[in-house]
Design a protein around this ligand. Structure first.
Ligand code: PEP
Ligand code: MG
Length: 539
């Protein structure tokens, strides 16, 4: 038995034979041609066919993995129509008098290298895409179809790298897992693997001689076993069975609308703390992200994350969510989330201390850096900004003024940004009691039941001794939720819950009857809550 380590892209267990997949790099010969215009016409026809093939792949992906993931094939279609890409091909054909295959291969290589050299992770990942489209056109020009077939037996695909078009066109019933040497966790192939619920590892030092051998992919621990022994096989068979049972139950709810029996739609979103969590959001079919706890970005670092670092993270999340709503909460540091480099003084009662929006309104440069990154990222998706620990109208007005200043600075610098909704967390009793006034200031409310329970019941949420009386079902908390929904609606706000209580399926129907518009829960709770929504009535 051989054991290897890789980076996990999607967890899960796969056991089966290895298919060493190589798309057989197409050998392109440089040939002299006499009639450049005729060669360009040949290229144009091949390009048209390639665009048609991509349209068919888009339809297939749309049906199998949803619009957000199918979108890559539209991007490929657009890339094929890109002026710079096409001009380069025309120039090579005309100036060098060479065949279209050679011009496309040269252009593809040049563009791929250019993308690979970029700092931006998103553009780096586009390097594989431009290679992919070029090989497709070369395939059409040389009469080969790159849409390969797998055999009858389901297999673990081991490959140097995989392009999104290769991933999506493989027959899913024959696919157990992907193991590649190259690839990035940001690539669309990785996203597709996650969405298809297929365990996947990258960074494994693959060998062609493995072709046909038995193997195990442990996507959770990032392990890959070739020729596993009997004991290892047995324990992984048991693991796989457990996973299959759990998945079977949940998968029946994917793609089903988040609608009550009487047809009321609820926005069912997921909570995340990092870019990596987006995979879980997609895998669990949430309609958006209702809470991105941005402070984890700060907690992971030894120093303040720069505007550029934050921008890259927010942009990646927005792009991966492909237009679906992403609510990002500004820094909520303090209390249990302490960061050394903030140099905060010791406090006797940090939960009620210098934290969250209080720090941001005091150390405005930190706040503005984050807001600039958020607004810049908003040009790449649907971003809403949410502010934590609000207790007064005055705070909200100050925040709005700072947002205005940030937007004005971006305007002055010619930097574009999207339409951004501004909302607040309702997690203090003060915010509940003035929610009628706050509703006039913002676009939405998201109720943070974790803190709301702690402040309403005067119970430190961190204190294990009080765990048994920390009761989010307390009528005081439930009445507050009802009041917030009522006041929010009267003031034209949509109202959601992003605290843990939102995932409590024993209350789902009650929240819906109160008029809740959105529930944002941990990704693994999305499908159980969907089930509860679908079993509820709204009145
Ligand atoms: C809450 O307080 O309910 C909430 C969602 O925020 P956090 O748990 O991060 O404080
Ligand atoms: Mg909170």
């Amino acid at each position: 038995m051989e054991q290897y380590e890789g980076k996990s892209i999607f967890k899960g267990t796969a056991i089966g034979r290895i298919l060493f997949y190589s798309k057989g790099q197409q050998q392109v010969k440089r040939e002299k041609i006499d009639d450049a215009e005729a060669e360009i016409k040949r290229y144009e026809e091949a390009k048209g066919k390639a665009i048609e093939q991509l349209g068919a792949l888009y339809d297939k992906a749309l049906a199998e993995v949803g619009e957000a993931n199918a979108a890559i094939f539209e991007v490929h279609q657009m890339m094929l129509d890109d002026d710079d890409y096409n001009d380069s091909i025309y120039n090579i054909i005309r100036n060098d008098g060479v065949n279209a295959e050679f011009a496309v291969a040269t252009t593809g290589d040049n563009f791929a290298r250019m993308f690979a050299d970029m700092d931006d992770e998103y553009f780096k990942a586009r390097s594989a895409d431009v290679k992919d489209i070029s090989e497709r056109v070369i395939g059409v020009l040389s009469g080969k179809n790159m849409d390969g077939e797998l055999g009858d037996e389901p297999v673990i695909i081991v490959a140097e790298d995989l392009a999104p078009s290769e991933t999506v066109q493989m027959d899913k019933t024959k696919l157990l897992a992907f193991v590649t040497r190259l690839g990035s966790s940001n690539s669309h192939t990785a996203i597709l693997a996650r969405t298809m619920n297929i365990p996947a590892l990258i960074g494994v030092d693959i060998k062609e001689e493995w072709d046909g051998k038995m193997a195990i992919v442990d996507g959770k621990e990032g392990l890959f076993f070739v020729d596993p022994d009997a004991d290892t096989l047995e324990s992984y068979f048991a693991k796989r069975k457990e996973e299959e049972e759990a998945r079977e139950l949940l998968s029946q709810l994917k793609g089903q609308p988040d609608e009550t029996k009487d047809g009321k739609h609820i926005h069912l979103y997921a909570n995340i703390g990092s870019v990596a969590d987006v995979a879980n959001v997609l895998a669990n079919d949430a309609a958006g992200i209702g809470l991105f706890r941005s402070e984890f970005l700060y907690l992971e670092k030894d120093d303040y994350p720069t505007e550029e670092e934050q921008f890259q993270v927010y942009k990646t999340v927005a792009q991966n969510m492909a237009g679906r709503k992403v609510v990002i909460r500004t820094l909520d540091i303090g209390a249990d989330k302490q960061v050394d480099y903030f140099n905060m003084e010791h406090e006797d009662n940090p939960a009620m201390g210098y934290r969250a929006i209080r720090i941001c309104l005091d150390r405005v440069e930190i706040f503005k850096t984050q807001l600039r990154a958020l607004y810049r990222a908003s040009a790449f998706g649907t971003i809403s900004i949410m502010f934590p620990m609000i207790i007064s109208v005055d705070e909200v007005r100050k925040i709005k003024k700072i947002c205005e200043e940030v937007r004005a600075e971006l305007d002055d610098n010619g930097i574009t940004y999207g339409e951004v909704e501004l909302g607040i967390m309702i997690e203090t009793p003060a915010a509940v009691m003035i929610s009628d006034l706050l509703a006039n200031e913002v676009d939405f409310f998201s109720i943070g039941t974790n803190d709301l329970t702690q402040y309403t019941l005067a119970i430190d949420r961190q204190n294990p001794k009080l765990d048994n009386i920390y009761d989010s079902h307390h009528p005081a908390v439930l009445r507050m939720i009802e009041q917030v929904i009522k006041n929010g609606h009267a003031g034209g706000c949509w109202v959601g819950i992003c605290g843990e209580l939102g995932a409590d399926v024993t209350l789902t129907e009650q929240f819906i009857k109160m008029g809740i518009d959105e529930l944002s829960v941990s990704p693994t709770f999305v499908l159980p809550v969907r089930k509860a929504i679908r079993e509820s009535s709204s009145n």
